[in-house]
Design a protein around this ligand. Sequence first.
Ligand SMILES: NC(=O)c1ccc[n+]([C@@H]2O[C@H](COP(=O)([O-])OP(=O)(O)OC[C@H]3O[C@@H](n4cnc5c(N)ncnc54)[C@H](OP(=O)(O)O)[C@@H]3O)[C@@H](O)[C@H]2O)c1
Length: 231
Amino acid sequence: MSKKVILITGASRGVGHATARYLAGQKKQVLATARSQLLLEELKATDPRRIDYVACDLLDTASLQKIIDYIRDQNVEISALIHNAGGLVNKPFRQLTDQDWTAMWEMNVLSAVRLLRALLPFFAKKAHIVTIGSMGGFQGSSKYPGLSAYSTSKGALSIWSECMAAELKNDGISVNCLCLGAVQTEMFSAAFPGMKAPVKPDDMAQFIGDFALSGHQFMNGKVLPVALGDP
Ligand SMILES: NC(=O)c1ccc[n+]([C@@H]2O[C@H](COP(=O)([O-])OP(=O)(O)OC[C@H]3O[C@@H](n4cnc5c(N)ncnc54)[C@H](OP(=O)(O)O)[C@@H]3O)[C@@H](O)[C@H]2O)c1
């Protein structure tokens, strides 16, 4: 019988790292991924029985294959995918180049598309896909200078999540998007230098982990704001 795992992208630091540790603490098997092998090895060392990892660059299709190879070799099924990996470009609109826009689109939208396309054959029945969006990409939220390319890409990720919920409903797979507010991580410091976020990664990890485990019993195709305030 195949073993069930929760796959978490962007698990080498920040929110993804904390979510991997939280879910392992809930006695779930976690498959963590990110580019940094060293940081993933340190993550695995915190709970070697429950956490395993595949180092992979989500922007590189050949590298993506490493996740598929692992899933096949270990005969695992994905009970939940938390697509948390993301990138940030913080630049005033006047300075943003086509390269910056493409980088945001590639990292925050296309990487999710490619990953899901590759993983589709390996989902368990009643699996839950949780994409990690941003309040910056939530329609009607406050917007901030310098974050137009980032926020636009996160907005696209949330709409794509709604589309996937409609497409995958008949396969028994649910898809929801959590639009995070400020969490104290490296990315937050790069987006809002000098500011302090009201939420710590461990606290957000508990919410995301619990939502990944049970949120799909109550909702599908939802884009949810998860924020205390602005930003
Ligand atoms: N922190 C906030 O306030 C906040 C607010 C709203 C939304 N979010 C969203 O929450 C998610 C987590 O954010 P965070 O603050 O924890 O960010 P973070 O500390 O910058 O972590 C980002 C993660 O993504 C991974 N990653 C980046 N590029 C990658 C690539 N090409 N291939 C594979 N993995 C890659 C990084 O690992 P490697 O560098 O090792 O690859 C890292 O583990 C992101 O999607 C972010 O947009 C965060």
